[in-house]
Ligand binder design. Structure first.
Ligand code: PRX
Length: 639
């Protein structure tokens, strides 16, 4: 197991070591795992070419590190607790041995469907145990999983399947979310019409609702599991073979397939899990994210299971059957570490304190947040009412591309400060650069957050598009990994994340590219152009504000209709999470002489700010007045 840092002095010591000798530092951590063959070289890297390799030549299988390595001590220990959406339905638990059996069986199902090492498997599932089983079964046989969040549309799913050229899809008839159920199979069917690479579609029965069945490619999970035994040896993999692809939004239209490789990701997910959350044997760890995002990959599945933890997976939402659901789950299972998003906390604050009071949350030792900046009010509420003033809050900053947590307190070890992610983890060397690329070495500075040295969890490429990978993170500030985030370092050297510097917005902790949303809006025949920006939203962190150019501005009723159809269009093209909160029709957008939209002005208007900066370089400065007037009118109409 990975040794835990247990004091502030210990952290400082480890940090110094990790900077002075990163190779020695990470190879010591990697030694705690089971390698079928040890690596030839710890690290090979060149940020100018965006080339990074960790533990090259090492041979391993990540599931052998989850199961065979842990079984001796944890055969009968619970590995996975599954809490269903409906509290009246029976929860499920899997011991390490039971989970192992399911994973091996499903690995054999995959083999029966001709899935081989290196093949891509698309997974589009609700939060049910089969999702965890499916991903680990892929890893067992060396297939690359590509999980698509179940809230994405048929169009978004097919785009991802086509890009990854997935061979099979694993889905479910549907899922439950609060008082509603949703279909997945029908959405998958629609997506598969465009995906000739898919040879089989394996379907878990969850809702039991009627579905269309295509007998050439559809197979029930339970039927397939009956045909196989539970003997499945782990395939030997290279440390640098891909483990998974996870699509995420960038500043251009198309989502990018972030690739993580086995050895480095394994070491980093486990190291950060153990140290940030200070997990001790026997603790119950509850990460409330969805496995469709990186947080679920690293801190529901890989990190905890590698470290022999008991991990809790929850199917539902925090407000069903009422706003006390998270706290009830914590009480029911005596959860020790709880990890969620600031948006979830803010939405629960809005429901009132009663839900969290009078419950026994004494088991809690650590609270975590992720995905977006946490405001001080939410931080204090979480700290005082959930943590009863005694649990440290770990505000963890990281990204899909970083594989694991990068800047965060180690719980109970690094003193916290509301809204600050505090200090970098050992092995992480942040650097703040100004817009010209000058290093800002002092404290009390603000600028672009870059990382100057690789860590094992860093993504290796974009699937089939290394150029775009290089361009996305290594071109703005040559020699550095650029995160896309702005950051402030205060007088104590503590980091506070300020948010994205690029055209990415963060809505309820979900990362969305404004270009993606604009493309969806522009599909409408009455729209000639659009520009999407984020604005401060009291619950979601950021809301989506769309400026839509129509040749003729619609009248009131027509306008409502058009807004509805634009929102439906965005849901269909991307997901309901990408629907604009505010749509403003306009006759034009502010443009520079080179034809670029000046988004700075649009952001200011959306934020009700009056400081628009210099607008003399615009070709159409008169449009600013129109935009402001229309914005004011919109506000009046909604009051
Ligand atoms: O802007 C940062 C924000 O989320 C972005 C990464 O999004 P994604 O790849 O979807 O991963 C989210 C979960 C790891 C970052 O570029 N972000 C993430 N964590 C924080 C944060 N912003 C402020 N504070 C955080 N703790």
């Amino acid at each position: 197991m990975i040794p835990k840092i247990s004091t502030l002095g210990g952290y400082l010591h480890e940090y110094q070591k990790s900077v002075a000798n990163p190779i020695g530092f990470w190879s010591n951590i990697a030694e705690t795992f089971h390698w079928r063959k040890k690596w030839d070289e710890v690290l090979n890297w060149d940020f100018n070419k965006a080339e990074i390799e960790w533990f090259k030549g090492g041979k391993l299988n990540i599931t052998e590190n989850i199961f065979e390595r842990n079984l001796f001590l944890r055969y009968e220990q619970i590995a996975l607790i599954w809490e269903p959406n409906d509290p009246n339905e029976k929860a499920k638990t899997y011991t390490y041995n039971q989970l192992f059996t399911e994973v091996k069986k499903f690995a054999n199902v995959l083999k029966n469907h001709d899935v081989k090492k290196g093949d891509r498997v698309a997974i589009y599932m609700p939060m049910i145990p089969e999702l965890t089983i499916a991903m680990l079964a892929c890893a067992r046989i060396g297939a690359i999983h590509s999980i698509v969040f179940a809230g994405f549309s048929a169009n978004a799913l097919s785009e991802r399947i086509i890009d990854a050229e997935a061979k099979i899809l694993i889905t479910a008839d549907g899922g439950f979310r609060g008082s509603k159920s949703f279909d997945l199979k029908s959405i998958a069917d629609e997506a598969l019409e465009r995906c000739p690479s898919i040879k089989s579609n394996i379907v878990v029965k969850r809702t039991g609702k009627d579905i269309l069945w295509h007998k050439e490619i559809d197979f029930w999970w339970h039927d397939e599991m009956e045909k196989v035994d539970d003997i499945a040896l782990a395939i030997t993999m290279d440390a640098e073979d891909p483990l998974f692809i996870l699509y995420t939004s960038g500043s251009t239209g198309k989502p990018k397939g972030v690739v993580h490789t086995i050895g480095g990701y394994m070491v980093y997910a486990a190291y950060t899990f153990r140290n940030v959350f200070q997990y001790s044997d026997g603790d119950i760890f509850f990460c409330a994210a969805d496995i469709g995002w990186i947080t679920g990959h690293s801190y529901i599945v890989y990190g905890p299971l590698l470290e022999g933890a008991t991990t809790l997976m929850f199917e539902g939402i925090p407000t069903f059957p009422n706003a006390g659901r998270y706290w009830k789950i914590i009480e029911k299972y005596q959860v020790n570490q709880f990890y969620t998003s600031p948006t979830a906390i803010r939405s629960l604050i809005a429901m009132g304190q009663n839900w969290v009071e009078n419950l026994n949350l004494k088991s809690l030792k650590v609270l975590g947040t992720v995905g977006e900046p946490i405001n001080e009010e939410a931080w204090h509420w979480y700290h005082d009412h959930v943590g009863n003033n005694k649990c440290p809050i770990v505000d963890t900053w990281w990204q899909t591309e970083t594989g694991g947590i990068m800047i965060s307190p180690l719980a109970g070890i690094i003193p916290t400060k509301p809204a600050f992610a505090t200090l970098p983890l050992p092995g992480i060397q942040p650097m703040i650069l100004d817009n010209e690329g000058k290093k800002l070495n002092a404290n009390s500075v603000e600028g672009n957050l870059c990382i100057k040295y690789p860590w094992p969890g860093i993504a290796r490429t974009h699937w089939h598009d290394h150029e775009r990978f290089k361009e996305s993170y290594f071109s703005q500030f040559p020699g550095y990994y650029f995160t896309g985030d702005g950051v402030k370092r205060d007088e104590d050297g503590y980091y506070r994340i300020l948010g994205r510097m690029d055209d990415v917005i963060n809505v309820s902790g979900h990362r969305l590219g404004t270009a993606e949303i604009e493309n969806a809006i522009n599909e409408h025949p009455l729209v000639s152009e659009s520009a999407v920006v984020g604005y401060s939203h009291p619950i979601k962190g950021q809301g989506i504000y769309a400026y839509v150019v129509c040749t003729e501005i619609p009248k009131k009723d027509e306008g409502m209709e058009l807004k509805n159809s634009l929102r439906i269009g965005v849901s269909k093209m991307i997901s309901a999470i990408a629907k604009p909160d505010i749509i403003q029709f306009t006759t034009g957008l502010p443009k520079t002489r080179s034809g670029k939209i000046m988004r700075r002005i649009l952001r200011k208007i959306a934020e009700n700010s009056e400081d628009y900066g210099d607008i003399t370089t615009l070709t159409n400065p008169e449009i600013v007045k129109e935009l402001i007037e229309r914005h004011k009118k919109l506000l009046e109409d909604t009051l």
